[in-house]
Design a protein around this ligand. Structure first.
Ligand SMILES: N=c1c2ncn([C@@H]3O[C@H](COP(=O)(O)OP(=O)(O)OP(=O)(O)O)[C@@H](O)[C@H]3O)c2ncn1[C@@H]1O[C@H](COP(=O)(O)O)[C@@H](O)[C@H]1O
Length: 100
């Protein structure tokens, strides 16, 4: 993924990168540390809890910049969790579509 990626493709690119890290487990990757952590998926669940709290605090502070930053952290960790559980971004899209 790079800065030239069209905005509407960012989530797909990010999810593809996460899937690639899951397959290859390169050493210098934060995503790899999530897939290989000694606490297993519990570590990602903890991170999701932390990022959720930080997102809520940013909203309560009316800090738009921080809200977007923490929301991005939250979405990234959620996508890692979906990948870890062998669910995909398309599965998420399908679920959302059933609610239209
Ligand atoms: N989108 C992300 C992304 N969002 C958050 N993070 C990491 O998630 C961690 C968040 O944990 P913390 O909140 O503890 O981080 P922190 O900076 O100490 O604290 P805060 O200021 O965020 O509260 C940080 O280490 C961030 O770098 C991410 N790490 C990777 N990605 C994407 O994943 C791709 C692959 O990354 P690697 O696996 O590292 O190659 C990258 O190209 C990015 O596109």
């Amino acid at each position: 993924m790079d800065a030239d990626t069209p905005t509407d493709e960012v989530l797909d690119e990010l999810f593809a990168t996460i899937e690639s890290r899951k397959a290859d487990l390169p050493e210098d990757s934060y995503t790899t540390t999530l897939f290989t952590h000694e606490k297993g998926e519990n570590y990602v669940l903890e991170k999701l809890g932390e990022e959720t709290t930080e997102t809520i605090l940013a909203a309560k502070d009316d800090d738009r910049e921080e809200l977007l930053y923490e929301s991005a952290d939250l979405v990234y960790h959620l996508l890692v969790l979906l990948s870890m559980k062998d669910a995909s971004l398309d599965d998420l899209r399908e679920e959302l579509k059933t609610r239209f």
